[in-house]
Design a protein around this ligand. Structure first.
Ligand code: MRU
Length: 347
């Protein structure tokens, strides 16, 4: 089962807001619908939103009526801007859009048909590359886990969030395949329950044994030595190794350090922002307060309750035991290991 695919001139995707109760696929040839799906988290997870945006640019190509190089360029600038405005934190979105922008630049003088073909090729390539990156991350990361691994993870980093088996969840899947995984603990991941709804759904489908926790149980779990590793994904990694990931990741990292449990971050190199010095430069998306005051449409707070709901937080690089990329496992000092990997990363 794929979370998103190109199907005969259309994009077909699983509506993740409906999971796990309804498994509903949506098919569209409208880039605006893809933008909305990213905005409302029907399509989510850093790598997957990049893939979806790349396909959306390819879809838009079919509606382009421009013939001159400058007309073509300004048409796609508008499309790319629309998609870039959907979510601010995951760099994979901007990375994929940048690749499509370069494709337009390189092909606009050959005419619209050449641009169209090249944009689709690029989107399919981005998708395939991501699947391969997940495989590599899975294998490299599984090697880091102890035998009888009992792993805590946060949010959803699996096939619903990527073009392949997932990043952190890819590592968990590989470790299970190798019969070295004892158990997975999943944070429910408030306020949108990506852990409870999506990771639980994926693990259940794969028959991997798991237990669901409310987000605030992690400390007690670690205190009892029930988990021996924490593995999470990332939405953006700064060039010093600071990590933006689903809010709650920083708390896990502090707890893991206190309890002397390794905390690994798994992400493809498309998640690294080589231009940002540290985590302070990463824009953090703020979510609608209603997601907190009215979970599943039921109001749980008094009127006018003030809410602070960042979608992501920043984990300082010092708290990260290793960053698992498709090019290898990065270790401290991250500034150096990230600089070394720069030339090897996909453009
Ligand atoms: O808001 P979401 O659900 O898009 O957030 C997703 C995460 O934070 C994931 O951990 C991250 O994108 C990595 S997915 C491989």
């Amino acid at each position: 089962m794929k979370s998103l695919e190109w199907n005969n001139g259309k994009v077909r995707f699983l509506d993740q807001t409906r999971l796990p109760s309804d498994v509903i696929y949506i098919e569209t040839d409208d880039e605006g619908k893809i933008a909305n799906a990213i905005r409302d988290l029907s399509i989510r997870g850093a790598p997957l939103i990049g893939i979806a945006a790349a396909y959306a640019v390819a879809l838009a190509a079919n509606k382009c009526g421009e013939e001159t190089p400058s007309g073509i360029a300004s048409y796609f600038d508008k499309v790319i801007n629309l998609l870039a405005g959907t979510r601010p934190t995951a760099i994979n979105l901007f990375w994929a859009l940048n690749r499509q922008k370069n494709v337009v630049e390189a092909n606009k003088r050959q005419g619209l048909n050449a641009v169209r073909t090249a944009l689709l090729q690029e989107a399919l390539g981005i998708h395939e590359e991501d699947a391969a990156m997940c495989e590599a991350i899975g294998n490299l990361g599984a090697d880091l886990l102890p035998n009888a691994a009992s792993v805590l993870t946060h949010c959803n980093t699996g096939m619903l969030a990527t073009g392949g088996i997932g990043t952190a969840l890819g590592i968990i899947r590989k470790c299970w395949e190798q019969q070295r995984l004892k158990h997975v603990y999943i944070d429910e991941t408030r306020p949108l329950f990506q852990g409870a709804r999506l990771t639980a759904w994926e693990l259940r489908n794969d028959r991997i044994p798991f237990t669901l926790l409310t987000d605030n149980v992690a400390g007690f779990l670690m205190q009892q030595r029930i988990v021996n590793a924490v593995v999470v994904g990332a939405d953006r990694i700064a060039s010093n190794g600071d990590v933006a990931n689903k809010v709650g990741t920083y708390s896990l990292a502090v707890l893991a350090r206190y309890h002397d449990i390794p905390m690994y971050v798994a992400a493809p190199t498309s998640t690294i922002d080589f231009d940002i010095k540290n985590g302070k430069g990463i824009p953090i998306e703020q979510r609608n307060p209603k997601e907190v005051t009215e979970p599943f449409g039921k109001k749980v707070t008094p009127d006018d309750t003030d809410v602070y709901s960042p979608a992501f937080d920043i984990t300082p690089c010092d708290l990260v035991s290793g960053i698992v990329t498709e090019k290898g496992v990065l270790s401290k000092p991250y500034e150096q290991s990230i600089r070394r990997i720069r030339g090897m990363a996909s453009s």
